[in-house]
Design a protein around this ligand. Structure first.
Ligand code: NAD
Length: 434
């Protein structure tokens, strides 16, 4: 099929590249001309495992094209995906201004029957609005069909997730549009959930809210474990083996961050309020998460009292392993708190440093060498569970640190190993080792 994808961020680029890989002819459109230039040369502006290789092979096969011209990119397309950002507005709701700007562009250049597919996460009713905008002024003999096709990929494994998703959700009030989407996705061989527009929109928010709830739930249990000398890892294993609960998203830590969970939680809570329904569970989930972000900085302050002049190694900055994305990363409030308490920070991250530099205080020093961060530091603070950190030989922590003290916000290290090595160790919901 002849496809356009608008927005070449994490979702749009991965969608475009993967659809090109299964044989569709895909044109990706973005207003960021620098990005488009870079993409044309086969270089990905974001880090995702396997993405750059696929980008290069699909460009080479002539299945994938990039443009910043809506006119060139949209002309004669059967299916147009919209994958632009829907960030949080000041009042907590989803900001749909970019999405609606894009719809205006789409309206200008549609001259044939077209299926418009929204991949962006949008509140219930938005796709109806998209149809109204695009249908205005399009010729009467042209049919515009609208589909909500929310995205569930995880940053850090986005390409894998696209080819191995648990399900694809297709919401439309138009049977023909659903058929077109089934055809388009056929090569993926992934089960499809078919529903109406609004239910598809709701599925995305409900899915993210449920996952955020699991994280806050296990964090709350972890906090109680600390009070009563239990071990949250064992508790998570013990409950997760029950199929009704499931083992995923039961890892205690410093709370969720990233570009999706915090904003989508705020969007659904705001939507609830506007609809006259208070989402009490989700408000509690958000509250627990905000408190959890403070957990590690408070522990460090309590341990040292005064951080003035202390050298602290921050290990991991990205909001999760496998990505260079720093949007709403849990590392941000932690680093800010430690810096304002007077500490000197050297931060290690394998891929997120250039993004971090735009966000974190200018006082932070950076390194891509873990030992350089550790060297003569008063303690190490683990904020992202990168493999490089999890697999780092424990004895080297001891060798490089001035004082063998580790605060582990991701429960990366084995209690037994740190104990045997003589490291003072604080993790989340597990016994402290002294
Ligand atoms: P992103 O910020 O990485 O990418 C958005 C892209 O849109 C950027 O490349 C930007 O230059 C481009 N853009 C902005 N204005 C434009 C315009 N007027 N015309 C064309 N392009 C324009 O965003 P993302 O993380 O890919 O998220 C996109 C949507 O998908 C959001 O609604 C998000 O909630 C949702 N989503 C994201 C993820 C994720 O893991 N990132 C997962 C599921 C769903």
């Amino acid at each position: 099929m002849n496809i356009a994808v608008i927005g070449t961020g994490y979702v749009g680029l991965v969608t475009g590249v993967c659809l090109a890989h299964i044989g569709h002819d895909v044109t990706c459109i973005d207003i960021n001309e620098e990005k488009i230039k870079q993409l044309r040369t086969g270089h990905s502006p974001i880090y995702e495992q396997g993405l750059e290789e696929l980008l290069q092979t699909t460009i080479h096969k002539n299945n994938l094209h990039f443009t910043s011209s809506f006119q060139n990119g949209l002309t004669n397309k059967e299916v147009i995906f919209i994958a632009v950002g829907t960030p949080q507005s000041d009042d907590g709701s989803a900001d749909l201004s970019t999405l609606y700007t894009v719809c205006e562009e789409v309206r200008k250049y549609i001259h044939r029957n077209t299926v418009i597919v929204t991949k962006s996460t949008v509140p219930m009713g938005t796709n109806g609005q998209i149809k109204t905008i695009i249908e205005q002024k399009t010729a009467e003999n042209i049919s515009i069909q609208v589909v909500s096709n929310p995205e569930f990929l995880r940053q850090g494994s986005a390409v894998y997730d696209t080819f191995n998703a648990d399900r694809i959700v297709i919401g439309s009030d138009d049977k023909e549009a659903i058929k077109t989407m089934e055809e388009l996705y056929k090569p993926y061989k992934i089960p499809i959930v078919k529903t109406d527009l609004r239910s598809a929109e709701m599925i995305k928010y409900a899915a993210n809210a449920f996952l955020a709830m699991k994280i806050s739930f296990i964090n709350e249990i972890a906090n109680l474990c600390e009070q009563v000398d239990a071990n949250v890892d064992d508790v998570a294993q013990g409950i997760g083996m029950d199929n009704r609960i499931g083992e995923h998203f039961l890892k205690a830590g410093i709370g969720y961050g990233g570009s999706c969970f915090p904003k989508d939680m705020n969007a659904i809570i705001t939507l609830g309020k506007r609809s006259g329904y208070t989402l009490s569970i989700l408000e509690a989930v958000k509250y627990v998460n905000e408190k959890q972000n403070d957990w590690i900085a408070d522990k460090i302050l309590k341990r040292f009292g005064d951080l003035k002049g202390k050298k602290i190694a921050i290990l991991g900055l990205a909001f999760k392993a496998g990505t260079d994305d720093m949007r709403n990363a849990s590392s941000i409030p932690v680093v800010q708190k430690i810096i304002s308490a007077g500490a000197n920070i050297t931060a290690f991250d394998p891929v997120a440093i250039s993004n971090a530099k735009h966000i974190l205080p200018k006082e932070v020093n950076y390194t891509e060498l873990l030992e350089e961060a550790l060297d003569h530091a008063d303690c190490a603070v683990i904020l992202t569970d990168w493999k490089e950190i999890k697999d780092y030989p424990i004895h080297l922590f001891k060798q490089y640190l001035a004082h063998p003290i580790i605060f582990d916000g991701r429960n990366c290290l084995s209690l037994q190993a740190v104990k045997e090595c003589g490291i003072e160790y604080y993790s989340v919901g597990r016994p402290t080792i002294k």
